[in-house]
Design a protein around this ligand. Structure first.
Ligand SMILES: CC(C)(COP(=O)(O)OP(=O)(O)OC[C@H]1O[C@@H](n2cnc3c(N)ncnc32)[C@H](O)[C@@H]1OP(=O)(O)O)[C@@H](O)C(=O)NCCC(=O)NCCS
Length: 139
C-alpha cells in the first residue's frame, strides 16, 4: 500500500535514499522539506516494512518528481510503478516533470513505461559529463 510518509519513516527513507546519493540524508533534508505544503513524500509499505518512497513537489500546474527509490531486494516487482501511479492519481497538477541521469537505464525505462516523454537534455549537467534528461507527462 502507498501512503503519506510519517516522521517515524524518515530513517528508513534515508536508508533507501542511499541508492540515489551516498549523502542522501544531508543533501535532501526530508524532515525539513516535508514542512513545506508543496512537498509530499509517499512510501510503499508491506507488512510494516517501508520498501520504497517517492518525493514530489507540487507547484501549481506542475508536479516535480524529486526522488524515487525502491529497496534493492524488492526492485523489479512493480513498486516504482505503483509509487508513480499514486502521484498521477492524487496530484492536482496538470503535468508531472522529472530530471534523470542519462545513464540511469532502469529509471528511464520506468518513466518511459509510465508515459513520460523526453522534452529536453541538459548536456553534461552531472559530474562525469553525464547529461540530464528532462521528461514530462500530462496527468
Ligand atoms: C528506478 C527504480 C525506482 C525502479 O523501481 P522498481 O520498483 O524496480 O521498478 P518497477 O518494478 O515498478 O518497474 C517498472 C518498469 O520500470 C522498468 N525497469 C525497472 N527496473 C529496470 C531495470 N533494472 N532495467 C530495465 N528496466 C527496468 C521496466 O520498464 C519496468 O516495467 P516492466 O516490469 O513492465 O518491464 C529502482 O530501480 C531504484 O530504486 N533505483 C535506484 C534509485 C534511482 O536511481 N532512482 C531514480 C533517480 S531519483
Amino acid at each position: 500500500m502507498v501512503r503519506e510518509a510519517l516522521n517515524q519513516d524518515f530513517n528508513r527513507i534515508n536508508e533507501i535514499g542511499l541508492l540515489i546519493k551516498e549523502n542522501f540524508s544531508t543533501v535532501y533534508k526530508i524532515d525539513e522539506d516535508i514542512k513545506h505544503d508543496y512537498v509530499h513524500i509517499y512510501v510503499y509499505e508491506e507488512n510494516n516494512n517501508i520498501l520504497g518512497f517517492i518525493q514530489i513537489e507540487e507547484h501549481f500546474e506542475i508536479t516535480d518528481i524529486i526522488n524515487i527509490a525502491v529497496d534493492k531486494d524488492y526492485q523489479g516487482k512493480g513498486i516504482g510503478k505503483e509509487l508513480i501511479q499514486y502521484v498521477i492519481d492524487n496530484t492536482k497538477s496538470e503535468k508531472i516533470m522529472l530530471e534523470v541521469k542519462a545513464n540511469n537505464d532502469p529509471a528511464i525505462s520506468l518513466y518511459t513505461n509510465m508515459g513520460f516523454k523526453q522534452i529536453h537534455i541538459r548536456p553534461k549537467y552531472y559530474e562525469g559529463n553525464i547529461d540530464a534528461i528532462i521528461m514530462e507527462r500530462s496527468v
